[in-house]
Design a protein around this ligand. Structure first.
Ligand SMILES: Cc1cc2nc3c(=O)[nH]c(=O)nc-3n(C[C@H](O)[C@H](O)[C@H](O)COP(=O)(O)OP(=O)(O)OC[C@H]3O[C@@H](n4cnc5c(N)ncnc54)[C@H](O)[C@@H]3O)c2cc1C
Length: 588
């Protein structure tokens, strides 16, 4: 079902019945035999209806092709619709010119390939970018911006700025913000307050106009259709012929006369796949940002790899920069990415189950591992971001900028993923421990719908010992010993008395944990976006492991690798590029 301005609120009820998302591991890793008969066919078949899939389908359709867009979930939008709608497109856009900002494709290219740009923690996030992919991106920024505006996206009328962006280049401001307007928000199930409609940046304001434009153009959108295979004439040679799709257990084979475009998003929700890049990312990192609206199950990457596709830019997957692995922004629920709150009106609230308690001041709690031991300064930040204004002073293309950035690892995430020394990978659950005085200071309501007692993401007890004993859930491999938690809190309370944290240098520990009831809230790091995926070239064509193009197969957005940039500009622009070139393939 497509969600649009009119039916989203009505949809909430019916979605509840059938919205079980497809979070199973993708299937085979060997090529499937192409069918002799096809169920459906179109010139261009696009897989995934998010930030890259909609632009790809609209462009291909408006070039005169028939287009089928398949979407695994019962609803469209992917992570794009859950996003903050911050879209860093530059290169001399209409909006940049309007506000006197001088930019050019060359400057975008040079910014995003500058070896010497480092983030606040000393990590370099542009150094490993593929030059051909960045050149294509830089050259298509303005066209993509124009395309989005022409297809109904309203950007907040203000000068592009550094707000909400990361890895967007350090020379000039490029961040635009898609205004939510009167589109209903998937996070709440209702439109935003009219007072902020033209100012609030939201992925709803980006995706819902594009969805409407896709329908208007005649793209055939099939929700609840999950691609399971990409067919190639021979398992490792010849052109791509189409895809297989699972629709509620029914298999459908869809022929593509010109091309298949993989726009399935990233792979951060597939535990085995993500562990190829970082073995620490074990099962307990179960609160992927953007879930439960849509998964990132690597099905696009794996289907393409089964016919020979290569991965690209793998080092970007877990480099210590950006928001790929984040500190929990809230606590006490499974889905606690800092910029996303699922409210009871959301069509997927029954899957999210709780809103979470947003943390304003990390002085109000301690964080402990599954054994009940502290591991780092709770107030420490996560990995940093890189955009205009972050590195100061900044002289364009000067290696001397490095001198302004003392190397300082922001080690919170690494400490949280350290593990407990028993030979297992992964850090295990991280629990926020606090007392009722902290709950009062933060104005938290430690009850549903804010916290998830039922699935074991929140516990309370009148003593610390009982609290430790009560912690039982899927990822708590070992019981927390009551005496360990009591000793941890006793020691921490001593630090509050002393005014100094002798273990982790938390600045002036402020509050003792002393007033029952006591609480333990899930605060495990969140895996966010994916910055490595299928190898593509500047036309978004997928490349195999021998460096050859896989004919008639394209990939874009988080399913594609070689480009270390968070999100929407990369996704929309590469969707635009993929749709443009797929549309020009000769018809089979
Ligand atoms: C909470 C949040 C906030 C964000 N905020 C920002 C921001 O402000 N600025 C920014 O630049 N980026 C932001 N991002 C990142 C940005 O949303 C993503 O990078 C972007 O949406 C990726 O686009 P995509 O098309 O690759 O994937 P998606 O938008 O996720 O779309 C992929 C679609 O493919 C579908 N799919 C997957 N597998 C299959 C299959 N086998 N068959 C059929 N369909 C399939 C999925 O269900 C999904 O609908 C944010 C992300 C999140 C989660």
């Amino acid at each position: 079902m497509a969600i649009n301005r009119r039916n989203l609120i009505l949809a909430a009820g019916s979605l509840a019945a059938n919205a079980a998302p497809v979070f199973t591991a993708p299937g085979r890793t060997q090529a499937a035999e192409p069918p002799t008969r096809w169920t459906l066919e179109a010139d261009v078949v696009v897989v995934g209806s998010g930030a890259s899939g909609f632009p790809a389908s609209i462009v291909a359709r408006e070039a005169g092709n028939s287009v089928i867009l398949v979407e695994a979930q019962p609803h469209t939008g992917g992570h794009g619709i859950c996003s903050g709608g911050n879209v860093p497109l530059g290169g001399g856009t209409r909006r940049q010119r309007q506000y006197g900002i001088e930019d050019s494709p060359d400057l975008v290219f040079r910014d995003l390939t500058d070896w010497s740009v480092v983030e606040g923690n000393g990590s370099a996030d542009y150094r490993y970018n593929d030059r051909e992919i960045i050149r294509a991106f830089a050259d298509n920024n303005v066209a993509t911006f124009d395309f989005l505006e022409a297809h109904g996206v309203v950007f907040v009328d203000e000068a592009p700025n550094p707000q909400g962006g990361e890895s967007v280049g350090n020379s000039v401001p490029r961040e635009n913000h898609a205004a939510v307007m009167d589109w209903p928000m998937v996070q709440t199930g209702r439109p935003a307050d009219p007072a902020v409609r033209s100012k609030l940046s939201s992925g709803n304001g980006l995706i819902l106009p594009l969805e409407a434009a896709a329908h208007k153009a005649g793209v055939q959108v099939l929700t609840g259709h999950r691609m399971t295979e990409v067919y190639r004439r021979e398992s490792r040679s010849g052109p791509v012929l189409g895809i297989a799709v699972d629709n509620q257990g029914r298999r459908i084979d869809i022929r593509s006369r010109r091309a298949v475009i993989i726009a399935t998003g990233g792979s951060s929700g597939n535990v085995d796949f993500r562990r190829m890049f970082d073995p620490r990312l074990t099962e307990e990192y179960c609160g992927i940002a953007g879930m439960p609206w849509s998964d990132q199950d690597a099905s696009g990457e794996m289907a393409a790899m089964a016919i020979g596709a290569s991965l690209w830019g793998a080092c970007n997957y877990t480099g210590e920069f950006g928001f790929k692995i984040t500190k929990a922004g809230a606590i006490g629920a499974q889905y606690i990415y800092s910029n996303l709150r699922w409210e009871p009106g959301s069509p997927v609230f029954h899957l999210a189950r709780a809103i979470g308690l947003r943390v304003r001041d990390w002085q109000n709690l301690i964080l402990v591992n599954m054994l009940g031991r502290r591991f780092y300064d709770e107030t420490a930040p996560q990995y940093s971001a890189n955009n205009y204004d972050v590195v100061q002073p900044y002289t364009y293309a000067s290696w001397r900028n490095l001198n302004a950035v003392p190397y300082k690892p922001r080690a919170f995430i690494d400490a949280a993923l350290q593990g407990i020394g028993d030979g297992h990978n992964g850090g295990g659950p991280i629990w926020a421990i606090f007392d009722s005085a902290a709950a009062a200071r933060e104005q938290w309501t430690p009850r549903p719908p804010y916290v998830d007692y039922d699935q074991g993401f929140f516990f309370s007890a009148n003593s610390l010992a009982d609290l430790a004993r009560s912690i039982r859930m899927e990822y708590q491999r070992l019981p927390m010993q009551p005496e360990t938690l009591e000793a941890t809190v006793r020691r921490y309370n001593g630090f509050v008395d002393a005014g100094a944290d002798a273990d982790f240098d938390k600045p002036s520990p402020r509050y003792k944990i002393a007033k029952p009831p006591f609480y333990a809230a899930w605060a495990t790091p969140v895996v966010h976006d994916t910055r490595a995926g299928l190898r593509i070239n500047g036309k978004a064509q997928v490349i195999d492991m021998h460096g050859a193009i896989i004919p008639r197969l394209y990939a874009c957005g988080e399913a594609a690798g070689g480009f270390s940039q968070h999100g929407l500009a990369r996704a929309t622009c590469q969707g635009f590029i993929a749709g443009t070139h797929a549309a020009r393939e000769t018809q089979a």
